[in-house]
Design a protein around this ligand. Structure first.
Ligand code: AMP
Length: 139
């Protein structure tokens, strides 16, 4: 399968549809997942087009992990999390639903199970507030 330039994250990257943005630089964007598996669930998205880790340029993979680490540390601080789960899915059989490479950064709390993947849509005001918290912790 090849990269589809009309996937939803490509549209967010082009500014065609909105997102609750936390961070952006020349190579990547970070925004809140609209169906969080835990409060504060964010997505770290390299701008370079690839479906997932299987077809990504190794240089892009090398460049994105330090940002994933930064966001993970900021997330732990912003949401007073006990831990962080980083997830990344590849192809439908691997659980992937949006076919532009991204890493999930999910705050975890002792005793709290993850909500379902692509479950309930979060309220926009909650996403906006969490984006602000994460932005402040990243600064
Ligand atoms: P994956 O299944 O790993 O491809 O993850 C895609 C993620 O994108 C899911 O967790 C969805 O909740 C999330 N998602 C889908 N559409 C949007 C959107 N427009 N803005 C933010 N997150 C989205």
């Amino acid at each position: 399968m090849s990269y589809d330039n009309n996937n939803i994250f490509a549209k967010i990257l082009r500014g065609e549809i909105p997102c609750h943005k936390v961070y952006e630089d020349a190579d990547a964007i970070v925004f809140m997942d609209v169906m969080p598996q835990s409060p504060g669930h964010a997505l770290v998205v390299p701008k370079a087009p690839s479906r997932n880790v299987l077809d990504a340029d190794p240089a892009v993979l090398a460049q994105i992990l330090p940002l994933v680490q930064k966001v993970a540390n900021a997330s732990k601080k912003a949401f007073a999390a006990d831990g962080i789960t980083v997830m990344q899915f590849n192809e439908p059989a691997g659980g992937q639903t949006v076919f532009h490479l991204h890493y999930h950064v999910i705050p975890r709390f002792e005793g709290a199970a993850l909500k379902p993947h692509t479950g309930k849509m979060e309220d926009s005001a909650v996403l906006a507030a969490n984006a602000e918290k994460l932005k402040a912790a990243l600064a």
